[in-house]
Write a protein that binds this ligand. Structure first.
Ligand code: MG
Length: 260
């Protein structure tokens, strides 16, 4: 039997090449579709189709916004109102009758999570800042219950602009839950002190304080950034080593990362 002679130099070269490739892949940021992949055909922001579409192109996660109706039903929508129906002060039957621009009805969080539980994609759940402060706390408890109901606790991260919401998510969720803060007015050390998983700040905040990226990493925190749609900003975020990029242009970001 003949054996091929392998030059040890060649072998070392290929091992190194593999290692470099692995490190490059490991350091590339993960792509999060902002309000789902809503620019896809037949999609709409925060629609179930936007979630399915984000999954279909292999996004790491899909972001969604959550409000609670006057009768304590969680629904998925960005604005405080939909077609003029104010979610916080309206009964679910009025809110859920509203159509999104793609013809879907506004979804309950329950239906949204039921769909997500069939897909590999992760979720980034944003609780919106409610006028009713106690209502917001109740909404957080209900979000956690629903995530538990669908056994999704290992696939969901939580984000919020609300300082109370940030603290309540940390207090009420299991210790393994990942909670990020959006407002941009906490230094990384404060996030660590509060028990957060990391910062999730606007691109302009990170450009103003780029040192917060490295500071976060030194503290063991992760860095997400929103909402990054311009190619030059995507390049800046990749070059600065952020962990996640939240974008309305997930395909553009994916192809940029793949070209590197
Ligand atoms: Mg959001």
């Amino acid at each position: 039997m003949k054996y091929m002679k392998v030059n040890p130099g060649f072998l070392l070269f290929f091992i190194l090449l593999g290692a470099i490739n692995f490190i490059a892949q490991a350091t590339n940021p993960k792509v999060i579709a902002h309000r789902g992949f809503w620019r896809a055909d037949g999609s709409a922001q925060n629609s179930i189709r936007s979630l399915v579409k984000a999954d279909s192109i292999g996004c790491y996660a899909s972001e969604l916004d959550i409000w609670m109706t006057a009768d304590s039903v969680l629904v998925v929508n960005h604005d405080a109102d939909i077609n003029g129906v104010i979610i916080e002060t309206s009964p679910a039957k009025d809110v859920l009758a509203q159509k999104l621009v793609n013809g879907e009805n506004v979804s309950t969080l329950d239906a949204y999570l039921a769909e997500a539980s069939k897909l590999p994609i992760r979720l980034v759940c944003e609780i919106k800042t409610h006028n009713n402060r106690e209502g917001e706390k109740e909404a957080i408890k209900k979000i956690l219950e629903l995530v538990d109901k669908y056994d999704l606790s290992n696939k969901v991260d939580y984000i919020t602009f609300s300082k109370d919401g940030f603290k309540n998510f940390i207090k009420l969720s299991p210790p393994s839950a990942n909670v990020y803060y959006l407002e941009g007015d906490y230094i990384p050390a404060q996030i660590l002190f509060e028990g957060g998983k990391g910062i999730d700040y606007h691109i302009n905040v990170l450009k103003q304080y780029p040192e917060w990226i490295e500071e976060s990493h030194e503290l063991g925190l992760l860095v997400n950034v929103w909402t990054v749609d311009k190619e030059e900003d995507m390049e800046w975020c990749i070059d600065h080593g952020v962990d996640f990029i939240t974008t309305n242009e997930p395909e553009k970001l994916q192809s940029l990362i793949n070209k590197r």
